[in-house]
Design a protein around this ligand. Structure first.
Ligand code: NAD
Length: 289
């Protein structure tokens, strides 16, 4: 691992090396991610400063009851919130952290990704065994028959470009939401397939995530404060089942005391260094690193 010209401190490099040793002796390594992993793609974290959630109170805009209250009293605010959130997600591209995780999966080092993010960036980067425990903003779910289907970005762009941005009329807002998710072939109304605060996690996805976490012997938790339950308990569950925890986060979290190794770096820096340790020169060339 190169140190020369690097601004990474010696202690962090040592922890990266220790992590690589741990991963290489593990039969199954799993990655658990949170909003911090996508922050370098321009999507604000939930608890950071300057983000969407500083302007839109999550107690109102993050759950169905709160949204219903805003819808009743100031629907225009929902319209602005939805447009701002959608355009942030639409413009985001995978960053080196997503790409490193995808490379490690394709090389057989990482068995799967469990993510709390709804931004689709792991799939976009090339990860295939992805468990999105809070759903995916680019997918819709029919409220009548429950069928899920992808909403292509182009379709969203086309539909919202004719939307009533900032309209304060409830009827216009419903029309805009319909345009975003579209109607199901069964005639049912569809909604974005994401989990709001107070809602149940999708059962099949959660079961798959817990199975993966219970079988792994190393779990890397990157970019999460691990405060949003029940998803946040997944790394703890893995540890209880005997897995070693590597945490990647510039800040301490409630997972730090449980972790065998805490890497206090940005996810992109740490994961890129880890992936470079595992991939051959040919593989790295193929990914143009
Ligand atoms: P959080 O906002 O509570 O915590 C983010 C964590 O990431 C913090 O601990 C912070 O120190 C760390 N962090 C910030 N930048 C980082 C970087 N470059 N590298 C590594 N770590 C970094 O996020 P959470 O724990 O995921 O919980 C928030 C909930 O809100 C999630 O469950 C998710 O569903 C939702 N959310 C999703 C997105 C998204 O899809 N991208 C964005 C915001 C919120």
């Amino acid at each position: 691992m190169r140190k020369r010209g690097s601004s990474i401190d010696e202690e962090s490099l040592r922890r990266i090396r220790d992590s690589c040793r741990l991963i290489s002796t593990s039969a199954s390594t799993v990655v658990f991610t949170g909003a911090g992993v996508s922050s370098e793609s321009g999507i604000p974290v939930f608890r950071g400063s300057g983000g969407l959630w500083e302007r839109y109170n999550p107690a109102l805009f993050g759950n169905l009851l709160g949204l219903a209250i805003v819808f009743a009293f100031s629907p225009g605010k929902i319209s602005y919130f939805a447009m701002e959130a959608i355009s942030t997600f639409l413009s985001a591209k995978p960053n080196p952290a997503h790409e490193a995780i995808a490379r490690l999966e394709q090389a057989g080092i990482v068995k799967g990704v469990i993510t709390q993010n709804v931004d689709n960036l792991h799939r976009k980067a090339g990860s295939s065994n992805v468990f999105e425990v809070h759903g995916n903003i680019f997918r819709a779910r029919c409220l009548k028959c429950g069928v899920r289907s992808d909403i292509p970005k182009e379709q969203i762009l086309e539909k919202i470009s004719s939307g009533e941005k900032g309209s304060s009329k409830r009827r216009d807002l419903l029309r805009m939401m319909d345009r975003f998710s579209g109607r199901c072939s069964c005639g049912g109304r569809r909604r974005p397939d994401i989990v709001l605060f107070g809602e149940m996690l999708p059962r099949e996805t959660l079961t798959g995530a817990l199975e993966l976490a219970s079988r792994c012997d190393c779990i890397i938790a990157a970019g999460t404060s691990a405060l949003v339950y029940p998803a946040a308990s997944i790394p703890e569950y893995a540890v209880q089942n005997g897995a070693a925890l590597i945490e990647i986060n510039p800040n301490r979290t409630r997972l730090t005391p449980l972790s065998q190794i805490w890497i206090s770096l940005r996810a992109s820096t740490a994961l890129e260094l880890i992936s470079k340790e595992f991939l051959s020169k040919d593989e790295l060339d193929a990914w143009r690193i």
